[in-house]
Design a protein around this ligand. Structure first.
Ligand code: F6P
Length: 361
């Protein structure tokens, strides 16, 4: 027989993504309808370090947040809870030990942790140490394995598509090559989807290292048949054949490496190779800001509702996942530490190539 769940905590970790608030709202409303109290834990697991960093969330507190970007709980994407030591009001402690101690003191029965791969990996470690946890996958990059989609991705793609539409008109007016760098880390999902939706002529993704000469040649071909401008979408993780990733900053203790700069490099190289005017733009965090699309709101709401259902059933050490038409549970240990990249035999790649889109091979 399952012990009744009376009080759960909810937290958001890692980089933000549009739809986090929609999940929080769904968790609070669903839990409240089952007479479960929800404690909002601020700043990811940091909120469990002291007992003044949490607050009860009632349905009244989450009214109106469905459409808001960001997260009302705040988020953190640095640090290693299982190595870092911290000063607390009760002395110096290992971060993870303190979290577990406070979890018990606060009388929580479970935690819903909303986050990307990093947060889910931390959640799995806590789960192994006895904390009942259900994860909710979040990322604009769409690179979490075990789920066909994550909220935030559709919003990022919609924004990037709009940006590409805008670049089209100015590119055509000046007969230029416009290079647009999008996010996505080591996966090309955002570039591929926004590139196709925006009618890009070339899409460079990490899964297919590119050759600048053959890319230039394909773009010059467009000039020959009369389209004297081109749009090139570059994923931040794309790199040339035999070359390497472009980094803004390498990894340091507790901080992952920061990708960026490939758009400018491709732009400069294309100017040399094609002798055309080229310009580049980096969409950056604009892709993560603002209101979630209706698709992301629905997905986030379904994830939040399902997470509470799993808590009530005692299915811990799991992550909610989209497996259309259902939302299902996956074991955290089966999904963390992996990256869902674009498969080379993906139908979408085939369709794009058949239309004449080049991947710079
Ligand atoms: O994982 C989401 C993401 O936006 C990536 O696409 C990007 O590389 C990274 O986070 C940027 O991180 P930060 O917000 O720390 O600059």
């Amino acid at each position: 027989v399952l012990a009744p769940i009376k009080r759960i905590g909810v937290l958001t970790g890692g980089g933000d993504a549009p739809g986090l608030n929609a999940v929080i709202r769904a968790v609070v409303k669903t839990a409240s309808n089952s007479n479960i109290e929800v404690l909002g834990i601020t700043d990811s697991f940091d909120g469990l370090l002291e007992n003044n960093r949490c607050r009860v969330l009632t349905p009244r507190d989450v009214t109106g947040i469905l459409r808001l970007g960001g997260t009302i709980l705040g988020t953190v994407n640095t640090g290693n809870p299982f190595e870092d030591e911290i000063e607390t009001s009760e002395g110096r402690k290992v971060y993870a030990d303190r979290v577990i101690e406070m979890y018990r003191k606060m009388g929580l029965d479970a935690i819903v942790a909303i986050g990307g791969d990093g947060t889910l990996a931390i959640a799995q470690q806590f789960s192994k140490r006895g904390i009942p946890i259900v994860g909710v996958p979040k990322t604009i990059d769409n690179d979490i394995v075990g789920t066909t989609s994550c909220f935030g991705f559709d919003t990022a793609v919609a924004f990037a598509t709009d940006a590409i539409d805008r670049l089209h008109t100015t590119a055509e007016a000046h007969r230029r090559i416009m290079v647009v760098e999008v996010m996505g880390r080591y996966a090309g999902w955002i570039a591929l989807h926004a590139g196709l939706a925006g009618g890009a002529d070339a899409i460079l993704i990490p899964e297919i290292p590119f050759d600048i000469c053959s890319l230039a040649e394909r773009l010059l071909e467009r000039d020959r048949w009369g389209a004297k401008f081109s749009i090139v979408v570059v994923a931040e993780g794309a790199y040339p054949k035999g070359g390497h990733l472009s980094l803004i900053e390498g990894a340091t203790a507790g901080h992952v490496e920061r990708l960026g700069g490939i758009g400018a490099r491709v732009c400069e190289a294309l100017a040399k190779e094609t002798r055309k005017e080229t310009r580049s733009v980096v969409l950056g965090h604009l892709q993560r800001g603002g209101a979630p699309t209706s698709f992301d709101r629905v997905l986030a709401t379904r994830f939040g509702g399902k997470a509470v259902e799993l808590v009530k059933r005692g299915e811990f050490g799991t992550m909610v996942a989209s497996a259309p038409p259902d939302i299902v549970a996956r074991r955290l240990e089966d999904v963390v530490g992996k990256t869902k990249t674009v498969p080379l035999d993906l139908d979408l790649l085939h369709t794009a190539r058949s239309l004449g889109v080049t991947f710079g091979e």
